[in-house]
Design a protein around this ligand. Structure first.
Ligand code: PSV
Ligand code: MN
Length: 386
């Protein structure tokens, strides 16, 4: 295979998982702006996700969030997905919206609340059995707001105990993905605040436990690609939650705020053999003021563009410059790839995949946006319950 053919093959087999909640209404804690045509059920979310896959060709799986996507029959939901060329992806737990969780969930000082939270996580594994999902994705809002509020170390012990019980329930081929987040909603301490804490718990649990890097969950200036390189080197990178941030957990379209950062991350993914591996590339975004489906299509395209540039890095030239201590030369190799306009290459890739080379235009011309506005009247629009 020529180098270009290898780049194209990698781009064609890339898979970006889209989040069910991005198709529903969501927003900031100040206001959720409802939009017309928004899905009213998990099935309608999948119908929208199918459009993203139809026009990009690289978004074959959809992550669910429980209880936002709770249905009576998960196997039937999986069939609904299959009939649209999709599969159900990660099952995201939700231990952050129940009144019982005021002081935390799996780290709560009360054993009864911890039991309730763990039972929910076990329910999520039952759902994985029914949907055929590989990954259980855990993010905990647990933490404290005030010094002295609770015992930091005891909370780690409770967390470890809960994770161990759920880990023990995982079936063959199932994985636990542990997501960290610097702060919010807890402001003084967060129980899983960083990749080191997540990694330490995963290491103790075993090989099925992996770390999730949500690109919005770091302090400003954090070198995320370093974290990615390290986790890949340790074989503990489970997944990405892609989005963009200007300030904190903004959940904007990935690649919008800082496409160069996304490129640097994707370069480490390529360098660390993470592309085409079992690392899941998921979006975790909210579209509050912009049209949702086009925003998700744009996000998928942004990931593709960053990936294409990362694949175009002349690795031999880079290694040569690095070995020679040629600081500027090495930097130039990386920047040459970043500054390449990969849009013509991606148009070609899409044509070879039998797709319209312009996914945004193709979606706009498809009439789907008008159809859902006309048809999805009545009922309650899906939202994140915030
Ligand atoms: C938390 O901020 C998070 O990133 C987690 O992944 C949640 O599951 C997701 O957002 C949706 O609220
Ligand atoms: Mn996330």
């Amino acid at each position: 295979m020529t180098e270009l053919a290898a780049v194209k093959a990698a781009l064609k087999s890339q898979a970006v998982e889209t989040p069910s909640w991005a198709y529903g209404n969501s927003g900031t804690r100040f206001k959720v702006f409802a939009q017309q045509g928004v899905p009213r059920s998990p099935r309608e979310k999948l119908d929208d996700a199918a459009k993203v896959h139809e026009f990009t060709g690289v978004a074959p799986t959809v992550a669910l969030h429980i209880p936002w996507d709770r249905v009576d029959d998960y196997a039937a939901l999986a069939r609904h997905a299959e009939e649209r060329g999709l599969r159900l992806g990660a099952i995201n737990s939700n231990t952050f919206q129940d009144d019982a969780y005021r002081l935390g969930s799996v780290c709560h000082p009360d054993a009864g609340v911890r039991r309730k939270a763990v039972d929910h996580l076990l329910e999520c594994v039952d759902i994985m059995d029914a949907t055929g999902s590989r990954d259980l994705k855990l993010w905990f809002a647990d933490g404290t707001n005030y010094p002295g509020q609770d015992d930091i170390r005891a909370r780690q012990d409770r967390l470890a105990e809960a994770l161990a019980e759920v880990y023990g329930r995982l079936g063959e081929g199932q994985r636990m993905l542990l997501e960290y987040k610097l702060f919010e909603p807890a402001f003084y301490t967060t129980d899983v605040p960083d990749w080191g804490t997540a990694y330490a718990h995963c290491l103790k649990l075993g090989p099925k436990a992996r770390v999730v890097v949500d690109t919005g969950h770091h302090a400003p200036g954090t070198n995320i690609e370093f974290i990615v390189a390290t986790l890949l080197r340790e074989d503990r990178l489970g997944a990405f939650d892609f989005n963009s941030r200007f300030y904190a957990d903004d959940d904007l379209m990935v690649g919008a705020a800082d496409p160069f950062q996304l490129f640097r991350i994707m370069y480490e993914v390529v360098r660390g053999d993470g592309l085409g591996s079992d690392v899941a590339f998921m979006l975790d975004q909210c579209h509050n003021i912009e049209a949702k489906i086009p925003a998700i299509i744009r996000s998928v395209m942004n990931v593709q563009e960053a990936t294409a540039k990362a694949l175009l890095v002349d690795r031999a030239a880079l290694a040569g410059a690095q070995a020679a201590g040629d600081v500027l030369g090495a930097n130039a190799v990386l920047m040459d790839a970043y500054n390449t306009d990969v849009r013509p290459l991606l148009r070609e890739v899409r044509e070879e995949m039998g797709l319209d080379p312009d996914p945004m235009g193709a979606y706009a011309r498809s009439g789907w946006a008008e159809k859902i506005v006309a048809e999805r009247v009545g009922g309650e629009q899906a939202g994140w319950g915030a």
